[in-house]
Design a protein. Sequence first.
Length: 295
Amino acid sequence: MISRLSRLLLFSMLFLGLSALSGSQSPKKLKVFISVDMEGIGGLVAGEETGEKGSDYQLFRQLMTEEANAAIAGALEAGATEIVVRDAHGSARNILPQLLNPEAKLIREWSGGPLDMMEGIDKTFDAAMMIGYHARAGTPNGVLKHTISGTIFDLKLNGKAVPEAGLNAAIAGYFGVPVVLVSGDLAAAEQAKELLGEVSTVVVKEGIGKAGRMLHPEKCRKLIKSAAGDALKNLGRYKPYVLTAPVTMEITFTREDLVIKPAQYPGAKRTGERSVAFTHNDLLDVMKFYLVATE
């Protein structure tokens, strides 16, 4: 027969063991980074709609914010515990803070640091999403297709031409974070799949020369929300896009005079009449060259 004292000691040990076990099983964190550009937002088709001097800019600021909210809503339904949104277009002051889902943190303005459109990402994030993205310069039937600015004809990483989504996926991959979702026009989605392989995409419009065939903004948001949630629920499908070191970035400009300054960057090499390249083992050092070349 077990004595009363022994029973009390046994109960105490069992209680302490269960308490330690429950304490070690803290809720799993799911951190999501969302970079939001503007040219790939549903309904938008003209350059003047993307800047503060355009008569419809305020409308598309709102639609940009709402598409970001759609991705946030999908992420929250999938269990996201922390969400950071990076305003990654133009002035980096486009998303309307008062309309953004309060569960997300917003990064505005350019810091001047090498992360650029991915400012705020680090190795603690589990997934990255790109909303409102567009195709690279020169893409047939790409809505407002360009690479960084109107002064860049082409940008290559390790010899492969990439859109902005490719450059930013490489930054995410540097930290071991996979890109799970890209939304934008059809051309942007096709380029994302070609480059990243396994990635979810949402096509909100299709280019027809300078024109575009659009989905209704409400339909765009529903698709983005659903795709964001599904991607995070199947996170194991996606792998980080990691560049093999050393990393070489080659930029071809639209004019010869634009290559002069970046060609003087320490370690840079002029590769043609309008092109310059820089190689380094660390992608963030390559991005420092990029900032000088594109300023």
